[in-house]
Every structure is written in structure tokens, then in C-alpha cells.
Design a protein around this ligand. Structure first.
Ligand SMILES: *[C@@H]1O[C@H](CO)[C@@H](O)[C@H](O)[C@H]1NC(C)=O
Ligand SMILES: *[C@@H]1O[C@H](CO)[C@@H](O)[C@H](O)[C@H]1NC(C)=O
Ligand SMILES: *[C@@H]1O[C@H](CO)[C@@H](O)[C@H](O)[C@H]1NC(C)=O
Ligand SMILES: *[C@@H]1O[C@H](CO)[C@@H](O)[C@H](O)[C@H]1NC(C)=O
Ligand SMILES: *[C@@H]1O[C@H](CO)[C@@H](O)[C@H](O)[C@H]1NC(C)=O
Ligand SMILES: *[C@@H]1O[C@H](CO)[C@@H](O)[C@H](O)[C@H]1NC(C)=O
Length: 387
């Protein structure tokens, strides 16, 4: 009896794994990568910004990354046979290569809401993208159909929201309603409804495959956790706000995938992964998952002190400065995102990928995966009974 059940269980796992496509299979041979957001994916648009000086990007020939080397989108791009991300205005340099490039519109101080102290939102990035497509597409593709086809085979990546969360946590009294500071749930709703506008705009401009990053567990980052705190200690109060946002983000993407025809949204669930790295450094082959690798010599500062030597073994650290990850950590995230649907979960609408998995009204989420497993189980039992 025991043997019978464990055997059944194995069959079941294999079935489930085979039926949920990972990012590599959903996004094979993308035509281009278009990147939007904040410093987590910025490739150095601002040549006077902090990331333009060493030690930033010191382990690479690049400049402008908020890391010691590649960002997570550089690494995703490389794995998908595209270039590392480059400032979006470089699109005019080599028109013949345009099909394999990764264009980056992300700019460090960008937030979702325009109410934060630095009032830069994704609006300007989307405007740049729209201009880019209007200006260049007629040169390469004679018909609008061809442009749509090209864009529908590209991946759009968005990583944003860290600034909003920090602003709400530290300076939340500006987010008010009639009876005072709004709750984390109301704040998350506000962020999500604004983000939804941007995602819908991108869809209307031709985006079909959209990868959105969760906000990481910033309550565990050196910007919050002093070196006096025990390893693995995190500020739960801040992380709770982030979890509220991430949860609502998942539901919104599921909803958008079913309402925007032909769309595939992919949620990059980095929160859990980074949290796991913080808690279990050994498991992920890291030594230090608490301190920044570079020298940040003022307590109120976030960025590396310019031109100072970073830690010796950059590949042993999770954090690069007080808010950004090392290339090693970005690499752990990028590879897992490509291979593992626990990390990057494609949420597709029924129309876009005929013949795969798909469930009622095109929604594919965790609950549905569980449902799917249950179904395989039933089928299996029926087969066994028949024989
Ligand atoms: C570039 O960064 C510098 C230094 O942080 C800042 O003063 C400036 O406003 C930024 N420029 C743009 C265009 O964002
Ligand atoms: C990248 O290119 C190599 C060599 O052409 C090919 O084998 C591989 O499948 C490509 N990978 C992706 C993700 O497109
Ligand atoms: C906010 O944006 C407006 C319009 O772009 C600009 O005039 C203003 O200087 C900005 N304020 C700050 C604090 O950046
Ligand atoms: C204002 O925010 C409080 C706390 O989040 C909430 O309980 C209340 O319902 C909100 N009031 C209005 C008028 O939106
Ligand atoms: C930070 O380091 C720089 C470069 O060594 C030094 O000039 C500066 O005084 C230091 N600041 C503090 C607050 O220690
Ligand atoms: C992801 O899958 C690719 C292709 O199968 C493989 O080469 C790579 O090592 C995998 N990465 C991880 C982290 O599993």
C-alpha cells in the first residue's frame, strides 16, 4: 500500500513539472528586451549619478550599474542571447543589430507614485519608448503589422517600487486620507492601480510578454539592518508592507493576463528567494548576507563611497551597497528565474499559447497549479482502477 502511494506521488510530480512552462520555454528567442524601472535595473543613464564612479561595476568593463558587475537584466539578456542592457538612446548606433539588443529606459530615482520626494515616474520612460518605436520602426519594418509582431516577440521587464515603499515607511505622513495615514493595504492598492496604468500603456503600445519583479525584502537590507543586528534579522514591519504589495501584484497580473488578450505576464518572485539567501547563506554558497561589500562610510548614506576598494571577495556577498545586490546574487536570481517556475511564474491568457496547460478564463496561478495536480491525480487513479 505504501509503495503504491509513493509511486503515484512521483508520477504526479513529474506531470505537474512538465505542464508548467518556465521562462526559458515561454520566452525562447526573444527579439529584444525592453527594460523599465529604477536603480535595480538601471544601466547608468545618468552619467553624474552615484553608480557612474568606481567601485560601481568594478568587476566588469561596464559602467553605471548599481552592482559590482552585471544587473539581473544584463544576465537575463545574456542568457537569452541578447546584449547586456544599454541606454535606450543607443538604439540608433547600429540599426542592423537592433533585433538582438536590450534597451534600458530605467533610471535610478524612479518611483511608481509621483508623490515621492523625487518626482520621477515611469511615465517619462514609457514616453521615451513610444518615441523610440515611432522614430525607428518605419526604418526597419514597412508595415505596422511587422512592428507589432516584433514587439510581441520581445520581453518587457519592469522593476520598480522600492522607493515608494521606503518613502511610505519613513515619511508616510504624506500619504493621508480624511482620518490620517493610509494603511499598508490602501497604500499597496494605490501603487498597484498606478502600476496597472503603466502596464496597460505598454500593452497598448505593443508589449505582450511582460516580466514584473516583486519588491525584495528591503527590511533585511543593510539600509535597514545595522551591523549590530544578528545575522538573519529583518525589520518585519517594513517587510509586511512589501508582502502586501507583492501579493496584490500577483493578483493584478493574473487579472491583467485574463483581460488583455494575448498577453503573458510573468511575476518574478524574488522576495522569497532573497529572504532565503539572507537566512541561509551556506545553502547558496555565500559568506556574508548582511553587510554591504563596498565601503559606505556614513551611516545615512546608501551608496558606496567613491573610489574606495570594495570587499576582497565580491562573489561571497549578497549586498553590494546598502540597497543593491552583487552580481553573484543577481546571477542566482537570473538563473533561477529562467529555469524555475517557483521563481518566475508565467501567467498567460488562453489565447497566447495554445496547447499548454490552461485553465478557466486563462488564469494560471499557484492555486490553479494545485488544481492541475489534483486533476492529474484523479486521472491517474482512474487509469489504475481501469487496469
Ligand atoms: C543625475 O545624478 C545627479 C547626482 O545624483 C543628480 O543631481 C541629477 O539630478 C541627476 N540627473 C538626472 C537627469 O536625473
Ligand atoms: C542561444 O544561442 C545558442 C547558440 O545559437 C542556442 O543554442 C541557444 O538555444 C540560444 N538560447 C536561447 C535562450 O535562445
Ligand atoms: C517635479 O516635476 C516637475 C515637472 O516635471 C518639475 O518642474 C519639478 O522641479 C520637479 N520637482 C522635484 C522635487 O524634482
Ligand atoms: C483612511 O485610512 C484608515 C487607516 O488606513 C482607514 O481605516 C479608513 O477607512 C480610511 N478612510 C477613508 C475615508 O478612506
Ligand atoms: C569617508 O571616506 C572618505 C574617503 O576615504 C573620507 O574622505 C571621508 O572623510 C569619510 N567620511 C567619513 C564620515 O568617515
Ligand atoms: C538553467 O537551465 C539551463 C539550461 O537547461 C542550464 O544550462 C543552467 O545551468 C540552469 N541553471 C540553473 C541555475 O539551474
Amino acid at each position: 500500500m505504501l509503495n503504491f502511494f509513493s509511486c503515484l506521488f512521483i508520477v504526479l510530480l513529474l506531470k505537474c513539472e512538465a505542464q508548467v512552462p518556465n521562462l526559458l520555454s515561454v520566452a525562447s528567442h526573444p527579439r529584444a528586451l525592453y527594460v523599465f524601472g529604477d536603480s535595480t535595473v538601471d544601466c547608468g543613464l545618468n552619467t553624474s549619478g552615484p553608480s557612474y564612479h568606481r567601485p560601481y561595476a568594478c568587476d566588469s568593463p561596464l559602467r553605471g550599474r548599481f552592482s559590482n558587475g552585471y544587473t539581473v537584466v544584463d544576465l537575463l539578456g545574456l542568457a537569452l542571447n541578447l546584449t547586456v542592457s544599454m541606454p535606450f538612446w543607443e538604439n540608433d548606433k547600429d540599426p542592423n543589430s537592433i533585433r538582438t539588443w536590450s534597451f534600458d529606459y530605467a533610471d535610478a530615482p524612479t518611483a511608481i507614485l509621483s508623490t515621492v520626494s523625487i518626482n520621477q515616474t515611469m511615465k517619462i520612460q514609457i514616453k521615451h519608448f513610444e518615441e523610440h518605436i515611432k522614430e525607428y520602426s518605419p526604418k526597419f519594418w514597412p508595415s505596422a503589422n511587422e512592428v507589432s509582431n516584433y514587439l510581441s516577440k520581445s520581453i518587457f521587464v519592469i522593476s520598480i517600487g522600492t522607493r515608494d515603499i521606503l518613502d511610505y515607511y519613513f515619511d508616510g505622513n504624506k500619504y493621508l486620507n480624511a482620518s490620517g495615514k493610509i494603511s499598508k493595504s490602501e497604500f499597496s492598492d494605490l501603487l498597484i492601480s498606478e502600476l496597472q496604468k503603466y502596464l496597460t500603456e505598454l500593452y497598448e503600445l505593443g508589449a505582450r510578454m511582460i516580466l514584473v519583479f516583486e519588491i525584495g525584502p528591503i527590511g533585511c537590507y543593510p539600509i535597514i539592518v545595522g551591523s549590530d543586528k544578528p545575522p538573519g534579522w529583518c525589520l518585519d514591519e517594513l517587510n509586511d508592507i512589501i508582502c502586501t504589495f507583492n501579493g496584490k501584484l500577483y493578483h493584478k497580473l493574473t487579472e491583467l493576463a485574463s483581460t488583455l488578450e494575448g498577453s503573458t505576464f510573468i511575476l518574478a518572485k524574488i522576495y522569497k528567494q532573497i529572504y532565503d539567501i539572507v537566512e541561509y547563506p551556506d545553502k547558496h554558497g555565500l559568506e556574508d548576507t548582511k553587510n554591504p561589500c563596498c565601503l559606505v562610510n556614513k551611516s545615512e548614506e546608501i551608496y558606496c563611497t567613491p573610489y574606495m576598494k570594495p570587499c576582497k571577495r565580491t562573489d561571497q556577498f549578497l549586498f553590494w551597497d546598502k540597497l543593491h545586490l552583487t552580481e553573484r546574487a543577481n546571477d542566482l536570481i537570473a538563473s533561477q528565474c529562467l529555469n524555475d517556475t517557483d521563481m518566475c511564474l508565467p501567467i498567460t491568457s488562453q489565447e497566447s499559447i495554445p496547447g499548454t496547460v490552461l485553465m478557466e478564463s486563462g488564469k494560471l496561478g499557484h492555486h490553479h497549479n494545485i488544481l492541475l495536480c489534483a486533476c492529474s491525480f484523479l486521472i491517474q487513479v482512474i487509469q489504475l482502477n481501469d487496469s
